[in-house]
Design a protein around this ligand. Sequence first.
Ligand SMILES: [Zn+2]
Length: 83
Amino acid sequence: MIIHTTFDEVSLTGYKTVRCTGCGRRLKRQRKFWQTRNPYNKNSEGYPKSAYEIREELSQDIRVWEKESETCSKCEQIGVEDE
Ligand SMILES: [Zn+2]
């Protein structure tokens, strides 16, 4: 996990290696999760979220994403043809 912080954007990058749901090939995936710090991005108490709060939320999102199964592009194409 790499943490990037700029003035108004807080982002975390998630990495995972999962098996393709179709062919079982190992897939490496990377995704950037981010939120902008601004007066409208508020927490449950109605205050603008701090960078720390945003990072907490982003790491939750990454944990969910890490558990999601993935399908490689070849198997996705086969899936589309089947429909
Ligand atoms: Zn596949």
